[in-house]
Write a protein that binds this ligand. Structure first.
Ligand SMILES: *Cc1c(COP(=O)(O)O)cnc(C)c1O
Length: 476
């Protein structure tokens, strides 16, 4: 007799007994922040094909302890100041386990009767934070900013070019406008949407990285003169490289005067809307037609959880104009509570549940306080660099992102010096930052994503950077 398929309570208990202590360890002694191995060394441990016979939790536990966990990036480590990925709330991570077993299909009310209500309630609550009328707004939970931006671009395209969904873009010459510092996913949406990436016109930003509104107006005029059809402006809140906020209010006024769709890409900054003190950075967002914000960035949710919100709920159905008889109602619309008509994906996790539960647990004010702490950590870090002989910040932090140069003894800016320092920092394993290229210069870049980081942690990262820099110089 083959063993019964592992669906019993005992099977669940065995899994939790293996997983829960290892989850606890992730919040325990920090140790190294990432793997000491090079990628080719690490690859050695993952060769061969997976087994025909399973080895049980004992074998898997060894794999987790030897090969996987010590060679993962530890996001809760006090030295983590890297990409704009959330340091996830333990409660949200635990709910992820519950969600996996429940496995609701978030887009269908008959597969997730309470689940669709959860998602609607989160959408309305987020819409209210943006300043949209929650009764008129609508939206959908997505896999993140990339998909949110794609759906928004398609909805805007379909409004301006109603024939595009069925007939393609043969006729028009669409033009959209964004900051030169726009996130690459927006450009990708133009390739996917059949408009061509050249349809997205980059507008120069000022010294502080904010889109120049005079240049925006000029670019729209030039497009009209060339016989093109402007239809969309994308504002970054903030933009990606240095976290600068485009002047959303002024851009909204231009979009309104020109009759253009305004999309605000607040994938990163959306979480600041929870804070009464930081919300002004997104002033004007309430006039947007659509807004992207990621739960898995500044809302402390595990990946993946993105949100796309529409001021006018009818626009939420603008991107996908299809009849799917077995999923949608006879007119192609969904059945009121379903999200198939708004969602790119068919099967979709109820990732909304994690925000719904943590929102109930902690309240929106607390989320706002955490955003303030992250921004405060960035300002502290910036202040320490200003006074530091080895480093030099290249901008005032508008959000929780800080980019900076490492001073080279030659007095010149040396791009590879930055790569070498970053590599040495990771080898030393006490802190984790990333690299970027902005205005033609290689820079080190931090995003302060962990609301428990304060003076001591910021000082630790600065110290680790100085040690890495000194070590690079010593070893040549
Ligand atoms: C992170 C980010 C994105 C991409 O979002 P994903 O959730 O990674 O898909 C898009 N735009 C901006 C401004 C971002 O910060």
């Amino acid at each position: 007799m083959p063993p019964a398929p592992p669906y019993s309570l005992d099977d669940l208990d065995d899994a939790l007994a293996a997983v829960v202590p290892r989850m606890r360890a992730l919040l325990g002694e920090p140790g190294r922040i990432t793997t000491p191995l090079s990628l080719p060394e690490l690859a050695q441990r993952f060769t061969g094909l997976l087994p025909a016979e399973g080895g049980g939790w004992e074998g898997v536990g060894r794999l987790l302890d030897n090969d996987l966990l010590p060679h993962s990036l530890r996001m809760h480590h006090p030295g983590y100041a890297g990409h704009q990925v959330a340091v996830p709330l333990p409660a949200a991570a635990a709910v992820d386990g519950l969600l996996g077993l429940l496995n609701p299909m978030a887009s269908l009310s008959d597969m997730a009767p309470s689940g669709v209500m959860v998602e609607r309630q989160v959408v309305r609550s987020l819409a209210a934070l943006v300043g949209f009328d929650p009764a008129a707004a609508d939206g959908v939970c997505t896999s993140g900013g990339t998909v949110s931006n794609l759906i928004a671009v398609l909805a805007a395209r379909n409004r301006a070019f109603p024939e595009a969904w069925e007939g393609g873009m043969a006729g028009g010459r669409p033009r959209a406008f964004c900051s030169e510092d726009v996130h690459y996913s927006v450009r990708r949406a133009f390739g996917v949407g059949g408009m061509g990436t050249d349809a997205l016109v980059p507008v120069a930003a000022d010294e502080a990285g904010r889109m120049r509104v005079d240049r925006l107006v000029a670019a729209i005029d030039a497009a009209h003169q060339a016989g093109d059809t402007p239809f969309l402006v994308v504002a970054g809140a903030p933009s990606t490289p240095i976290g600068a906020f485009d002047p959303v209010g002024e851009i909204a006024a231009v979009a309104a005067a020109e009759g253009l769709w305004l999309h605000v890409d607040a994938a990163h900054g959306g979480g600041l809307l929870f804070s009464d003190r930081l919300r002004d950075l997104l002033d004007g967002a309430a006039a947007a037609d659509s807004l992207s914000m990621d739960g898995h960035k500044m809302v402390y949710q595990p990946s993946s959880q993105g949100w796309l919100l529409f001021r006018d709920g009818a626009d939420a159905y603008g991107a996908f104009r299809q009849q799917v008889p077995y999923l949608l109602g006879p007119d192609g619309a969904d059945r009121g509570f379903d999200a198939i008509g708004k969602s790119l994906q068919c099967t979709r996790r109820l990732d909304a549940l994690k925000l719904w539960i943590t929102w109930h647990l902690y309240g929106s004010r607390t989320f706002g306080g955490w955003a303030e702490r992250c921004v405060a950590a960035a300002r502290l870090f910036h202040a320490r660099l200003v006074d530091h002989p080895d480093f030099e910040p290249v901008h005032e932090p508008a959000s929780n992102i800080v980019c900076f140069r490492a001073r080279h003894p030659s007095g010149r800016h040396v791009d590879p010096f930055h790569d070498a320092i970053r590599a040495r920092l990771l080898e030393q394993g006490r802190a984790w930052v990333v690299l970027t290229t902005w205005r033609g210069e290689r820079l080190l870049r931090t995003s302060w994503m962990n609301p428990t980081q304060g003076e001591a942690e910021v000082a630790g990262v600065v110290e680790a950077l100085a040690t890495a820099r000194a070590s690079v110089l010593a070893q040549g």
